[in-house]
Design a protein around this ligand. Sequence first.
Ligand code: BJ8
Length: 383
Amino acid sequence: MEIRKELPEIFKSFSEARQAGFISAKNFKDAGNPLIGIFCTYFPQELALAMGAVTVGLCASSDETITESEKDLPRNLCPLIKSSYGFGKTDKCPYFYFSDLVVGETTCDGKKKMYEYMAEFKPVHVMKLPHSQDQVAKELWKQEIIKMKEVLEEQFAVSITEEKLHKAILLKNEERKAMKEFYGLCRQDPSPMTGMELFNVLVGASFDFDREALPSKIRDLTQKVQEEYQIIQNNEIKPRILITGCPMGAATAKVIKAIEDNGAVVVCFENCTGVKAVEELVDEHNLDLFGALAEKYLNIGCSCMSPNTKRFELLNRLIDEYKVDGVVEMTLTACHTYNVESLSVKRFVQQEKGRPYTYLETDFGTSDVERINTRMTAFIEML
Ligand code: BJ8
């Protein structure tokens, strides 16, 4: 059944944001604004917003520079780390090139050791992320956030006042609320958009540098998608898939494609590309601004945490809210923390939630596209 003709147009500006972002990044820099490159959702973006800077994600998702990076890094390392390092080293990523400072965190071992080499050709600051989420860890993380603020103030000769920081907290929360409303549309059955469309907006929004205008742009899109949905009245029921695991980018969109080519629809991304870092807001009423930031960010359920209870709390809720029929876990090769944790996710999904689960380990190449497709055919047939 032909479902709709108009909808893809609505998504276009977000889908093209990453490409268009190269020019916006240059214009943003030419206007004298700092750009901060980040590799992880644990970085409190409010600090950058409070000093008039914006952040740009530098996690690469292409195998183009892996050969070059393997001259310095081991071959059996996660492709995200190798690719990101390679783009930085070869100056092939304009976002990396334009970044005045790169911020990393001590998340997984590969990333934190890679930053030591990256610091040879770019200013890098590494935040020491604790690997648990108790009160002691939150206090440590709060101190790291304060230290980060001082580094930014010194490096960029700015003052990040409490007033500016509070304004930034409100602004970033607005963006999160708007994004939650947008992806929350997929709670409806049938879903009003494909997983690929959802994915393109999630990725594209992070490359829009007009952060003041972003919440209303996202809300406009949400309204348009919902209006179209009501007019079109698509009744095509499809198996509903939640993707969890490592962050995704252009190269790993092959997993979404394989799922949707086989007749299912991705309705939720639990990973860092999707809802993981967006769901929880910063407490706007907490007068201890750094404490509020530490609380929000340290609650992100990444597999570098042990135990990683927040991930399971979130999965539990999302599987119900999005009426998920099956869970696909996508991990990257040599990502030890996510690969080890996949057994707990499998047990949780199958035993606690009573849903089918499957696991795919992949990299940024295309040699496994057929294998992934075959796996998804079998999984979706079973649903
Ligand atoms: S909060 S998921 S963005 S660390 S895939 S580089 S973990 S070996 S990306 Fe991540 Fe922050 Fe966690 Fe999110 Fe290491 Fe694994 Fe590679 Fe990874």
